[in-house]
Write a protein that binds this ligand. Structure first.
Ligand SMILES: Cc1cc2nc3c(=O)[nH]c(=O)nc-3n(C[C@H](O)[C@H](O)[C@H](O)COP(=O)(O)OP(=O)(O)OC[C@H]3O[C@@H](n4cnc5c(N)ncnc54)[C@H](O)[C@@H]3O)c2cc1C
Length: 335
C-alpha cells in the first residue's frame, strides 16, 4: 500500500491544476488516470485544436496547455499512476483507500475527484472491418496532423469535430471525403459554410446522407464502402485512413458506486467543492452546482478551491487560504 497526503482521481486540466495547489501547500499527492498520458479530454480528444477561452491565452493548442500544466506541477514531485482506473473508494479509519484496475491500493488523507465526464470512449459505428482495422488506419481522434500527411482520408461525422478536422486537414491529407448520415450538420454555421465552399472549390468532397457499409484492408485500411441511406446505392472509396468522429459515449464508471450524492450523473458539491463524503472534494466537468458550466477555466477555479480545502482537511495545521503565490515564489514555486 502506498500513501500520499492527497489522491487526485483524474489527470485532466482540473486534476493537474488541483495537484499544483496541493503541491504549493507542501503536501504529497498522486494522480490516478486510466489514460496513458495526462491532459484528459485535451490530450485524448483534441490535442491539436486551439482553445480560445483560457484567460491570458488569446489562443492555445490543447496539447500546449497540458504541457504547461504538467510543467507547472512538476516541481512538486507528483506521482503519476497512469493506465490505472480508480475502481473503489473507501474510508478506513482516518484515511481513504483507493483500489485501481491494475490491482494496486493507494491510501491518502483526502481525495479530490477530477474525473471529468467519467470514463469516455469514442462512439464506434459497428461497421464490419472497423474493429479489426483500429490502429491500422481507423482512427477516432487526431493526435497529430502528421499521421494523415499525404493520405486519402474518409471522415465520418456531422458535428464540430468532423467539420473542423475536414478543414484542418486540408493541405495535409492528399484527399478528403466527409460523409454524414444526415444532410444537416450539427457544427458551427460558419464552419459548415467554409466546408461547403471547400467542396465547391473541389478541395474536398462532402457526401450526404451517406454511411459506412464496411471498411476493408489487411495490415492497413485500403478501402471503404459507403452507402446512400435513402437509395442504398453503394460507392467504393480507395482510402488510407478512416477518421470516425461520431461523438463520445460517456459513463460515470465505478464512481457511481462510491456512495457520493449525485445529480444527473454529476457529483454534487457545495461552495467549498466538498462532496457528500467528508474529506472527498471534486472539481471540473464531473461536478454540479447551481450555475455550473463545463469549461476549463471554471475547472481551474474549482481546482483551487478543492485543493486548498483538501489540503487543510489532510493537514488541519494548514489554513485553507493559500495566500498569494507571488509572495511565496521563492519558498514554494519553481524558479
Ligand atoms: C472537442 C472538444 C473541444 C473543447 N473545447 C473547449 C474549449 O474551447 N474551451 C473549454 O473551456 N472547454 C472545451 N472543451 C471542454 C473541456 O475539454 C473540458 O471542460 C475539460 O477537459 C474538463 O476538464 P476535467 O479535468 O474536469 O476533465 P477531463 O478533461 O475529462 O479529465 C478527466 C480525467 O479523469 C479520468 N478519469 C475518469 N474516470 C476515472 C476513474 N474512475 N479513475 C481515474 N481517472 C478517471 C479521465 O481518463 C480523464 O483523463 C472541449 C471539449 C471537447 C471534447
Amino acid at each position: 500500500m502506498e500513501h500520499t497526503d492527497v489522491i487526485i482521481i483524474g489527470a485532466g486540466p482540473a486534476g493537474l491544476f488541483a495537484g499544483f495547489y496541493v503541491g504549493m501547500r507542501g503536501l504529497s499527492f498522486r494522480f490516478i488516470d486510466p489514460l496513458p498520458e495526462p491532459g484528459g479530454q485535451l490530450s485524448a480528444l483534441y490535442p491539436e485544436k486551439y482553445i480560445y477561452d483560457v484567460a491570458g491565452f488569446p489562443k492555445v493548442y490543447a496539447k500546449d496547455l497540458v504541457k504547461g500544466l504538467v510543467e507547472q506541477v512538476a516541481p512538486f514531485n507528483p506521482i503519476y499512476s497512469l493506465g490505472e482506473r480508480a475502481e473503489t473508494l473507501e474510508r478506513e479509519g482516518d484515511h481513504f483507500k483507493v483500489t485501481t484496475s491494475s490491482g494496486n491500493t493507494y491510501t491518502a488523507k483526502a481525495v479530490i475527484i477530477a474525473a471529468g465526464v467519467g470514463a469516455f470512449e469514442p462512439r464506434r459505428l459497428g461497421a464490419p472491418g472497423e474493429k479489426e482495422l483500429e490502429g491500422k488506419g481507423v482512427y477516432y481522434a487526431v493526435k497529430t496532423k502528421a499521421e494523415f500527411q499525404g493520405k486519402r482520408v474518409l471522415i465520418v461525422g456531422g458535428g464540430d469535430s468532423a467539420v473542423d478536422w475536414a478543414l484542418n486537414l486540408l493541405g495535409t491529407a492528399k484527399e478528403i471525403t466527409l460523409i454524414h448520415r444526415r444532410p444537416q450538420f450539427r457544427a458551427h454555421e460558419a464552419s459548415v459554410k467554409e466546408l461547403f465552399k471547400a467542396h465547391e472549390e473541389g478541395r474536398l468532397t462532402v457526401l450526404t446522407p451517406y454511411e459506412v457499409r464496411r471498411i476493408e484492408g489487411d495490415t492497413q485500411v485500403r478501402k471503404a464502402v459507403i452507402f446512400h441511406n435513402g437509395t442504398q446505392e453503394e460507392k467504393e472509396l480507395e482510402v488510407d485512413a478512416v477518421l470516425i468522429l461520431a461523438g463520445y459515449l460517456t459513463k460515470l464508471g465505478p464512481l457511481a458506486n462510491w456512495g457520493l450524492e449525485l445529480e444527473k450523473n454529476k457529483i454534487k458539491v457545495d461552495t467549498t467543492m466538498a462532496t457528500s463524503i467528508p474529506g472527498v472534494y471534486a472539481c471540473g466537468d464531473i461536478v454540479t452546482y447551481p450555475g455550473k458550466l463545463p469549461l476549463i477555466v471554471l475547472g481551474f477555479g474549482e481546482a483551487a478551491i478543492a485543493a486548498n480545502h483538501a489540503a487543510a482537511y489532510a493537514n488541519p495545521a494548514l489554513k485553507v487560504n493559500p495566500g498569494h503565490s507571488s509572495e511565496k515564489a521563492e519558498e514554494k514555486a519553481p524558479a
